[in-house]
Design a protein around this ligand. Structure first.
Ligand code: HEM
Length: 232
């Protein structure tokens, strides 16, 4: 569980985040601008090789600064997790008989809960299949919490909340910043065209983030984040 959760999920979510950004160019631009701004303000300019300098410099930036300076990346990650984690959580009753509502759960019985009941519920998230990170702006999230209570299981909840959330978020942030600051990234679909729609997840594994149902690839070119032009 620990291995699935940490190794495969963190890398998988990072890839999906890039896919969602590619298919939503306005958000990609917002995240790219935020990353440019963060790196230009926090990292010292390259002397020899811009990419290396960004890596070394980011390592010196306090984690709290990285978190504070990349709020758009944060809401994009939340929205990616909402759409992506459309699967079942499982529990086993290791104690005495208990009731969930009127349903009797015998000792030793398994219970499954489908996250889609929350994540794709149109009463909680209007137009649930639409990628809209603004759902995670503080006011909207607070309002949802007041109205619906627990409505997101991207990091689990209650006694079994993800213990690696902080580490995973940090890794995803660092990778996104490193990749997008030092490279111009384009995600291509199976035909080699720029990705315009996020493919469905294969959803063929329990407890882990799955691969896309279609092949995608990443095209990348070196860029200098300190150069003035937005395209370089
Ligand atoms: C983006 C990456 C990750 C996502 C989306 C994620 C998501 C989750 C979710 C939804 C749960 C609750 C599962 C349930 O209730 O059945 C969970 C639990 C857990 N996660 Fe993560 N996780 C991630 C990364 C990590 C990392 C990096 C680690 C370790 C360093 C980790 C360690 C764990 C552990 C040990 C549990 C079980 C906690 C318990 O049962 O009390 N996860 N994770």
């Amino acid at each position: 569980m620990m291995l699935f959760a940490s190794v495969t999920n963190t890398g998988g979510v990072t890839c999906w985040l890039l896919l969602y950004l590619e298919a939503n160019p306005a958000w990609k631009t917002r995240v790219q601008d935020e990353i440019n701004q963060f790196v230009r303000s926090q990292c010292s300019q390259a002397v020899h090789f811009p990419g290396d300098c960004v890596g070394v410099s980011i390592a010196e930036v306090p984690i709290t600064t990285l978190e504070q300076e990349t709020p758009t990346l944060d809401i994009v990650l939340q929205e990616t997790l909402r759409l992506l984690l459309d699967g079942a959580f499982m529990r086993r009753n290791m104690g005495d008989e208990l009731f969930v509502g009127k349903t009797r759960v015998k000792p030793g019985a398994f219970l499954m809960y489908h996250t889609g009941d929350l994540h794709l519920n149109p009463d909680i998230y209007p137009e649930p299949h639409r990628f809209d990170p603004e759902r995670w702006l503080p006011e909207a999230a607070e309002q949802r919490q007041l109205q619906h209570g627990l409505s997101f299981l991207g990091w689990g909840a209650a006694r079994h909340v993800c213990v690696g959330k902080k580490a995973a978020t940090l890794m995803i942030r660092m990778i996104a910043v490193m990749v997008m600051a030092t490279h111009k990234v384009t995600i291509l679909d199976a035909s080699g065209n720029r990705l315009s729609e996020v493919p469905r997840s294969k959803n063929d594994r329990l407890f882990k983030v799955c691969r896309p149902s279609e092949n995608v690839s990443m095209k990348y070119e070196r860029r200098n984040v300190f150069a003035n032009s937005t395209n370089t």
